[in-house]
Write a protein of this length. Structure first.
Length: 144
């Protein structure tokens, strides 16, 4: 929409956080990233940068599984630190992959990676706010 790297990460990590919270099963965030990547390839066959998002989705899935879904979503302070950190790190990894392999413009790799990390940070905050709002409204997944 704005052609800024942080916008796609903001939207992507809001989605990943909501999926991980709702499903709480290993593979859900990975599958989301892979499906989105596949759908993007259908619409834009030259969108190879989506491999960065798919990788970030898989990494996010692994990290949330290692820490545990209860720690990520049910404990207020740890969830803020965990989810915002994970979304920032994973978005930075996506930016590093995209910048290293698919960047067409001449911008410093560190700046490009940093912009993605900022988007992941904002997406982590927004995703967590949405999860907390849904929990406050007693909208809960069926397994809770």
């Amino acid at each position: 929409m704005t052609h800024l790297p942080l916008t796609c990460d903001l939207l992507g990590f809001v989605s990943l956080i909501l999926v991980a919270w709702w499903v709480r099963r290993f593979g859900a965030a990975s599958l989301t990233g892979i499906v989105v990547t596949g759908l993007t390839f259908v619409l834009r066959p030259d969108a190879f940068y989506m491999f960065g998002f798919a990788t970030a989705s898989i990494l996010f899935d692994i990290l949330t599984r290692l820490v545990g879904y209860n720690n990520c979503f049910d404990k207020p302070l740890p969830s803020i630190l965990i989810l915002v950190s994970f979304s920032t790190i994973c978005a930075g990894v996506a930016g590093l992959i995209i910048g290293s392999f698919f960047l067409e413009i001449r911008i410093a790799l560190e700046v490009f990676t940093g912009l993605h990390a900022v988007g992941g940070f904002i997406g982590g905050v927004v995703g967590l706010v949405l999860v907390r709002a849904l929990m406050a409204r007693k909208v809960m997944p069926s397994h809770v």
